[in-house]
Design a protein around this ligand. Structure first.
Ligand code: NDP
Ligand code: MG
Length: 474
């Protein structure tokens, strides 16, 4: 049965763009679409939106029918190399991104050649001038930013041979993120410090490969509204969200029952609350499966990282808080799962290596040979799953509550957590006091349902001061 052309059809699933020329609506050709009428899949095959319109009359695109948020659509293909800016190039994600670019530049893979190579246009660092200079020497970007304003004189000593544009300070980060020659911004600054530059990239309509989850925790409503207006893409780098994104290609938004974020459980997965009291920063930084920066390593140990990721997932995929779940999976091989309404669960698996999700975001929707390690099935191994213990890891409860309440809760939680983590790293509070500081500041904050950027920045300052006072009373 073929419904009348005036009926509303919809394209289900995520179309894959390949070598497509954009049609009049700005959409590219789709290599593979599932054409659905109600729940019935009618046809599958290569199409362009304009062809579909001619054949079927009205075709509801994904965003019209609530299938996928606009910022997750494939970008319009470019006819030149993708020009990339890495904000936070000296950090763990930044260095893994450089490894992906290095591998891509050496590859002879035909798929990669067909898609065009990447070009590193700009990089930023904050204090680590040695690694910033090493990246500048190797990749010869046009634009280097050191966000620490006091680094000017040290830079010329660190990299005297660099002849491109060099600027310092937070404004320079924004200039790089919004530079007209940049196509892709890898947002890999840690913490709230990444907010303005990530927002600038979204405002300029870039493809943002988002590692800085704090932007969505602090200002998810503003970032997604802005991306809708500017047609920016926000694609996940966080491994859990990358996994969810990859699994979502098998269905559409309305078919999702829940997403299940996996958590390694961190170094204290089996420790009692009493044992956690005397944890040292060195113990907390030693993550069993991932090698990461200091802040996210501590967040993983308290499981605040998973709390922040619940909030990130809510905004990124437009989910209801009730659709978000966490399961502890110590091997970190299943990076997350999606359950669809028919009960089918899809998972994305690979060894824990951030190069894979970084590459997936940089060249979405294409795939090419990756420098990331691969699963080896020649020897036996097991995968374990266990429910999280909310009593020993109360950060998860805080995260679920903040995902549910929304509004100003995210910025307050994030600020309190950043201050408490820093205090723990400086041995001013115990490990077991990090989450109670967050709880206390969150409970005492003046809730705002839809804070604008100015209110967010004010609340951020307020929560930092409150957290410092709270910590000084310990
Ligand atoms: P790192 O601490 O390793 O790196 C942080 C980067 O941010 C560095 O380049 C650092 O510069 C820069 N930076 C620090 N402070 C400032 C500041 N005030 N202004 C501007 N830049 C600053 O962190 P990660 O790479 O581990 O994490 C980065 C982001 O990615 C975080 O949001 C994290 O949650 C997220 N993420 C990380 C994962 C991982 O595996 N590492 C996994 C998933 C998400 P410098 O070193 O020069 O001082
Ligand atoms: Mg993660």
């Amino acid at each position: 049965m073929r419904p009348a052309s005036s009926d509303t059809w919809r394209i289900a699933g995520w179309p894959r763009v390949r070598n497509g020329s954009a049609d009049e609506s700005g959409h590219a050709d789709y290599e593979c679409v599932k054409i659905c009428y109600n729940t019935q899949v009618f046809d599958q095959g290569p199409r362009s939106l304009s062809l579909l319109r001619q054949e079927l009359g009205h075709v509801a695109t994904g965003e019209q029918s609530g299938l996928l948020p606009r910022w997750l659509r494939p970008p319009i293909p470019l006819n030149h190399s993708k020009r990339i800016a890495i904000l936070g190039a000296t950090g763990s994600i930044g260095q893994s991104t450089l490894a992906v670019l290095r591998h891509a530049s050496q590859a002879t893979d035909s798929a990669l050649a067909e898609n065009g190579r990447f070009r590193l246009f700009g990089i930023s660092g904050h204090e680590n001038l040695a690694d910033l200079a090493a990246a500048a020497r190797e990749f010869q970007p046009d634009f280097v930013v050191c966000s620490n304003p006091e680094s000017n004189s040290h830079w010329s000593e660190s990299c005297p041979e660099f002849s491109g544009r060099f600027e310092t300070g937070a404004d320079a980060l924004v200039a790089l993120a919004s530079h007209p020659h940049v196509d892709v911004v890898v947002a890999a600054i840690v913490g709230r410090a990444g907010l303005e530059s990530t927002m600038a990239a979204i405002e300029s309509g870039k493809l943002v490969a988002l590692a800085n989850k704090e932007t969505l925790v602090v200002a998810g409503h503003l970032a997604t509204d802005l991306a809708t207006k500017t047609d920016a893409r926000i694609l996940p780098v966080d491994s859990e969200h990358s996994a969810i994104f990859q699994c979502l290609h098998s269905g559409c938004g309305r078919e999702i029952r829940r997403v299940i974020l996996t958590a390694s459980g961190g170094p204290f997965r089996t420790w009692t609350a009493e044992q956690q009291r005397n944890v040292t920063p060195e113990q907390a930084r030693a993550h069993p499966t991932w090698k990461m920066g200091a802040k996210i390593s501590i967040d993983s140990a308290t499981m605040m990282n998973k709390a922040l990721e619940l909030i990130e997932a809510k905004w990124l995929f437009g989910l209801e808080p009730e659709q978000l779940e966490v399961v502890v999976h110590p091997e970190s091989i299943v990076h997350s799962m999606v359950e669809f309404v028919d009960g089918s669960i899809l998972a994305q698996c690979s060894p824990p290596d951030m190069k894979l999700p970084i590459q997936a975001a940089l060249d979405y929707p294409n795939r090419f040979d990756s420098p990331a390690s691969r699963l080896d099935f020649s020897s036996s191994f097991g995968l374990n799953f266990e429910p999280p213990d909310m009593d020993r890891f109360p950060a998860l409860l805080v995260g679920l509550e903040v995902a549910s309440r929304g509004g100003s809760c995210g910025v307050v939680l994030n600020a309190a957590n950043e201050v408490a983590v820093q205090a723990f790293l400086e041995r001013r509070i115990r490990f077991s006091e990090i989450v109670p500081v967050c709880r206390k500041v969150l409970d005492s904050h003046p809730f705002e349902p839809y804070p604008d950027l100015k209110s967010i920045l004010e609340l951020d300052c307020w929560a930092r001061l409150e957290s410092c006072q709270c910590i000084s009373s310990y």
